[in-house]
Design a protein around this ligand. Structure first.
Ligand code: F6R
Length: 608
């Protein structure tokens, strides 16, 4: 999604800060970029279509500056062109914007009547003109921003420079994130922490309906009544390392290699001494709830499906997993006996945030499973369990997904113990397995050659199927999403038993079918379904466990296989996804795709 960076101070050239910051935000996905800086007391705007290097090539048009705002745009309203790129200028106001102005058509009509003419197709240019028009009559900048906030429907984070106030950046936000970062006699704004990590790790989170005036030596923040307020200064725990590839060819590969550590960091929050009582003390008490809704998008939704499978099987609570974009507009059958779990890496996904608010309105208790500390969902949920994935840069999630599944597994184990579905002795063995999990992931990652061979075998295909039953179907869905989003190969996941109700007609000689068979209870049934595809010429790639391989591996129903080590059922889905992530990675690499920033996608989906 779009990215914002702003700088004011004399220690550095604003141009360099803006470009460095925008580059650090490239991972969010964008299709045009622009900057506005003050040169010779006048605002100068440079924009370009495409990548930041196109923008850099045009920067000789401007000189050093001490103040500026920059933006990477991910097109929502209007094509990704230079005219539609930010910053926009109307009258005395220059502005960059993240979010969506929902009532822009209505505002545009009024502004046209006032004589405003628009060059772009964007909602942002309307917001810019609106602020200019209010300012013309109010002549008071903070009152102007407050009035604009009241008139705009939608989400926004703005970085603004007024022509007659060229020493200050103004900011306000509603439902799109914005931070103000603190330097020494210099300050910054940014939509996301990585943008400022080269310069500082101290920052303030601007909240919705707050306004900020930022100069080189002062940051004034006002609440919605325009009273000055004090805000906590936070320190980002990580270093710039997290936004660097550290020698890996792609962030996605680096982040897969981070997985063993992420898993360890995530469970160590709850269990330091391998004592089951620690887990019981640190996990939420589910005994109050009759049912659970898990609401999320994309991979986080797939993590939710694994959670459902585990919770229903071991903790005996019915779980309803919903796509947030659907949940927010449908009738929900929840009440005070429902726990609503929101799963989100970014904590900013617009649909998941809206679902959270809806669940709260309905009076249900909300629990976030979140990566980004201080994100909107983390702040608004009744309680939060953090995954400790660190900054995830590749658009396709890998390590965060694993940690989401781990938290859902730990929630289940805790409830299964309190239900007496598993004894404390059995729980101890499960925790022993948990300790082994990071090394097992590490060993799987080392099987690089196997993934390369499979990738060579399938990368030229146009259609690839993923099949499985039960929890293996949920794993297949994530494997399929990973492959299609980065390789652009059409791939679909099917419940193996469903194939003969239509999809099997698509299987022909050589069609790749990735079959996930890890669940002992249903393995034979899935293997029958695999044989049905094999009989029609499918090229079957089997992902299975050591135990099942010993039982069925000699048979001839597959062409290639990856065998994952035996581990407690609670953690098998975590191991099973690693080969699928790596196969997707190798396929995309062979096809020469932009692995970390797949076309049309954005890292944090802050628009509906
Ligand atoms: C796929 C992927 C997306 C996200 C989805 C939700 O690889 O990354 O499907 O999982 O956009 O994002 P968060 O978890 O930030 O809410």
């Amino acid at each position: 999604m779009c990215g914002i960076v702003g700088y004011v101070g004399k220690n550095k050239n604003a141009l360099h800060v803006l470009i460095d910051g925008l580059k650090a935000l490239e991972y969010r996905g964008y299709d045009s970029a622009g900057i506005a800086v003050i040169n010779d007391d006048k605002i100068k705007i440079v924009k370009s279509h495409g990548k930041i290097k196109n923008l850099e090539e045009k920067l000789n048009e401007v000189d050093n500056s001490y103040i500026g705002i920059g933006h990477t745009r991910w097109a929502t309203h209007g094509k990704p062109t230079e005219v539609n790129a930010h910053p926009h200028k109307a009258g005395s106001v220059t502005l960059v914007h993240n979010g969506i102005i929902e009532n822009y058509e209505e505002l545009k009509k009024d502004l046209r009547k006032q004589g405003y003419k628009f060059k772009s197709e964007t909602d942002t240019e309307i917001a810019c003109a609106l602020i200019d028009s209010i300012y013309k009559t109010s002549n008071n900048k903070l009152l102007t921003l407050k009035k604009a906030n009241e008139m705009i429907k939608g989400s926004f984070a703005f970085g603004i420079i007024f022509d007659n106030d060229i020493n200050n950046i103004y900011s306000m936000r509603k439902d799109s994130p914005l931070i103000i970062a603190l330097g020494d006699n210099e300050n910054y704004i940014a939509s996301d922490v990585p943008a400022i990590l080269s310069f500082t790790n101290k920052y303030i989170l601007l909240d919705s309906n707050e306004y900020a005036v930022i100069s080189e030596d002062k940051i004034d923040i006002y609440d919605n009544n325009l009273n000055l307020i004090n805000k906590d200064i936070k320190e980002y725990e990580g270093t710039k390392e997290v936004v660097m590839k550290n020698g890996y060819e792609h962030f996605m590969l680096k982040e897969i290699h981070d997985e063993p550590k992420v898993i360890e960091n995530t469970f160590k929050q709850f269990i330091k001494n391998n004592d089951i009582n620690e887990l019981i003390d640190n996990m939420p008490d589910l005994s109050k709830y009759d049912n659970i809704d898990i609401v999320a998008c994309g991979s986080a939704y797939h993590a939710g499906l694994i959670g459902k499978s585990l919770i229903e099987k071991f903790a005996d609570i019915p779980v309803n997993v919903e796509l947030a974009s659907e949940y927010r507009y449908k009738k929900n059958f929840n009440n005070e006996k429902t726990l609503t779990i929101l799963v989100s890496q970014s904590g900013e996904t617009a649909d998941t945030l809206a679902a959270l608010r809806k669940a709260k309105q309905n009076g249900t208790y909300t629990l976030g499973i979140i990566n980004v500390v201080g994100s909107s969902i983390a702040r608004e949920a009744d309680s939060v369990l953090y995954i400790k994935a660190g900054c995830e840069i590749a658009v396709a999630t890998t390590k965060a997904y694993l940690a989401q599944v781990l938290i859902l597994s730990l929630i289940t184990i805790n409830k299964a113990i309190s239900n007496n579905n598993i004894s404390k002795e059995k729980a101890k063995l499960i925790l022993e397995d948990l300790k082994k999990l990071p090394n097992m992931i590490d060993d799987l990652i080392k099987e690089k050659e196997k993934f390369e061979i499979i990738a060579k075998n399938i990368y030229k295909d146009n259609n690839i199927f993923f099949i499985g039953r039960g929890v293996d179907y949920a794993i297949s869905m994530e494997g399929s999403l990973k492959l299609k989003e980065i390789s652009y190969i059409n791939s679909q996941a099917y419940a193996a038993g469903e194939l003969k109700h239509g999809t099997i007609s698509l299987i022909e000689n050589g069609t790749p079918v990735v079959a996930v068979v890890t669940d002992e209870n249903i393995a034979e049934k899935t293997i029958s379904n695999i044989k049905e595809t094999k009989a029609r010429g499918a090229n079957v790639i089997l992902i299975t466990t050591q135990k099942l391989n010993e039982k069925y591996g000699d048979s001839d129903f597959y062409d290639q296989k990856i065998v994952i080590p035996n581990i407690s059922e609670f953690f098998t889905p975590i191991l099973a996804i690693v080969p699928l992530q790596l196969i997707a990675y190798e396929v995309a690499k062979l096809r020469g795709e932009n692995i970390d920033q797949p076309r049309n996608l954005a890292k944090s989906v802050t628009v509906e």
